[in-house]
Design a protein around this ligand. Sequence first.
Ligand code: BDR
Ligand code: CA
Length: 313
Amino acid sequence: MTRKVIIDCDPGIDDAVALTLALFDPQLEVLAVTASAGNVSAEQASRNVQAIIERLDPPRLPRVGTATAADDQPYEDGRRMNGEDGLGNAGFAVSRLHHQHLSEKVICDAVRAAPNEITILCLGPLTNVARAFQRDPDLPRMVHRLIIMGGSFTAVGNVTPVAEFNIYYDPLSAQCVFRSAATKTLVPLDVTRQVALTLDFVEALPPETTRAGLLLRRIVPFLFRSFHQTMGQESFYLHDTVALLAATQPELFESREMAGEVETAGHLTRGMTVFDRRPLSPSRPNMEVMTAVRADAAAETLLRGLERSGLQT
Ligand code: BDR
Ligand code: CA
């Protein structure tokens, strides 16, 4: 049986790899891919979603949602790690944006059409999901599950000492989603960083004779170099692909039910995720938080999945 998913993303190289996996995964029926601002501007994210789908040309074309800017002026984007265009400066051309439907509307329509069946994979800031919930207050209870790549449980942040990028970029939307009645799984940095990938992974990507390989080999080496140049690392992370695995291979993960909140006001702590771990906490758990992953098996699963995408393209 396939699982219906919406992928809300801000491509971004790791978002693009997650899309390359998901669009050819027989377990998933990708109903829609909705763009959000984050790693790049709203307009660039929308173009990137279209460019990725056009280049991969999957057997079932998902609906596409167009991003609009977050209400709050974001402090930072992801161009340092992902390139000016978010896709390793690959300069992929898209003729013009067709399917100009707002991401939050695409989410509302899809969930309303299949109540309690749709998992939303949130790979970027939570702007679109929060707007969908504000537009249609019944929606949180109609979503099967949100799987959110974001936040940090005990690990240090990646954009400030305490904050992870997706939450930091639009903390008010993250707060709205965390507080919503939707069933949620959080995949924080603590877990995504356990899947540290090396040059071997880059070399094992599908060959350029396939559409998936051609795309991946244009963008993934850029991210590998970014991690090396900005952090001196020999390994790199594809955070969003680990969140995808939480949907398709949950048996690889350990998790705990927890009460999680987002700091929206702090001068030093904007976008920090805070979990009430007191033994006699008065807070009720509001989400499942992934705390560990079998890293070798996860990396192997990612490579096998990309190989499958290559074989289909
Ligand atoms: C998250 O931030 C983005 O830059 C990545 O695409 C990922 O979604 C990791 O913190
Ligand atoms: Ca992302």
